[in-house]
Design a protein around this ligand. Structure first.
Ligand code: ZN
Length: 138
């Protein structure tokens, strides 16, 4: 697989309404998109920082991985995942990881925020970090 850069850093927050002004007023970022991803039970807000983005994630239901993360984290948000841009296909990358004995959360790419094809690797394989692979659909 060919990873070109960190596409985004996913940060869980308890409230987008509280978090967005912090990033805009204190850090001078501009939120360019807010999007709900229904199948993941999250609302996301994006900021561009160079070629990388910050993705804030707010849970829209208790089933959300973000709700579980915040609960485990003592009710606070925090860095939840890091996403790498792959140049030669998320499906190829998933196959390669599994061939090499790695575990994946998603066996096939699915549609994430911003219309990207995404898949998560299993934290048991990645020494504890939740890592996402993503690509723009061809
Ligand atoms: Zn993400």
């Amino acid at each position: 697989m060919k990873i070109s850069h960190i596409e985004h850093v996913g940060i869980a927050v308890t409230s987008l309404d509280e978090a967005i002004p912090f990033y805009e007023n204190l850090l001078g970022f501009k939120c360019f998109a807010i999007e709900e991803v229904e199948d993941q039970h999250v609302r996301t807000a994006f900021f561009q920082v160079g070629q990388t983005k910050i993705e804030l994630l707010e849970a829209t239901s208790d089933e959300s991985a973000i709700a579980k993360f915040i609960e485990k984290n003592g009710g606070r948000g925090g860095i939840q995942h890091v996403a790498f841009a792959v140049e030669d296909g998320v499906a190829n990358a998933l196959a390669e990881v599994q061939e090499k004995g790695g575990r994946v959360v998603d066996k096939a790419p699915r549609r994430g925020a911003e219309g990207l094809n995404i898949a998560f690797l299993h934290p048991k394989t990645t020494c504890g970090a939740l890592l996402e692979l993503c690509e723009k659909p061809q």
